[in-house]
Design a protein around this ligand. Structure first.
Ligand SMILES: [Zn+2]
Length: 215
């Protein structure tokens, strides 16, 4: 698994501080379970947070301490000791298994149309999380976002403009993005998608399907 698309510093910091709503946290945890680089970054943040708690003597820090810390994290190579595949056997990494109640073979898929299937996951908070199954070579109808969308690829791949997202990669799209991802030819793409607002489809037929499927 050669992961090219990682968590941003901001999202990773919020995740480490426990500041993300459950859906976003699930997306971050799923990527971290699959990605040794972000796992090492998250472990470093935990260590820094732990050290800060142990040193309760107030001490002045420079204004650029956070930037210096982030630069340090950027410079870190993945720690081989942390790369020991905590994702476990099967397709779904540990954070997702708790929501699904097992691996991908127990997922209760619902048909959306065009061979696409989805399985909503019961997360609390403002965001909605679902697993998506997209057959090989299928274009998701062109859409924009009313809010944020995080997608973690679990198997297969998708192409979005010039970017390829493969297993383990995370894509974060905000309200400014209009796109039409296409699943790769290398087999079905199964991914975790988290959104905090309904997708805005450009054409009528997907909009009707959206009403039925609750996307
Ligand atoms: Zn990563």
């Amino acid at each position: 698994m050669s992961i090219q698309h990682h968590l941003s510093d901001d999202i990773l910091l919020d995740y480490a501080a426990g500041g993300l709503a459950e859906g976003w946290s699930l997306a971050a945890a799923t990527h971290i379970a699959l990605c040794p680089v972000c796992r090492a970054r998250a472990a470093a943040l935990d260590a820094i947070g732990g050290a800060a708690l142990e040193d309760l003597t107030p001490a002045p820090i420079s204004d650029d301490a956070l930037d210096a810390c982030l630069r340090l994290l950027d410079a870190m190579e993945a720690d081989p000791a942390l790369s020991a595949a905590p994702a476990g056997p099967g397709l779904l990494p540990t954070p997702l298994r708790a929501f699904v109640g097992g691996d991908v073979d127990v997922v209760a898929w619902r048909r959306v149309g065009g061979g696409v299937r989805q399985a909503p996951l019961g997360v609390r908070g403002g965001a909605k999380a679902r697993l998506l199954y997209i057959p090989a070579g299928v274009a998701v109808p062109e859409h924009g976002h009313g809010g944020l969308e995080m997608t973690v690829v679990l198997t297969g791949s998708f192409l979005d403009k010039a970017d390829v997202f493969a297993a383990g990669d995370i894509q974060v799209c905000d309200g400014a993005v209009d796109h039409q991802p296409i699943s790769g030819d290398d087999g079905p793409c199964i991914c975790l998608a988290v959104t905090d607002a309904p997708l805005r489809f450009r054409r009528l037929v997907p909009r009707i399907a959206q009403r039925i499927a609750g996307l």
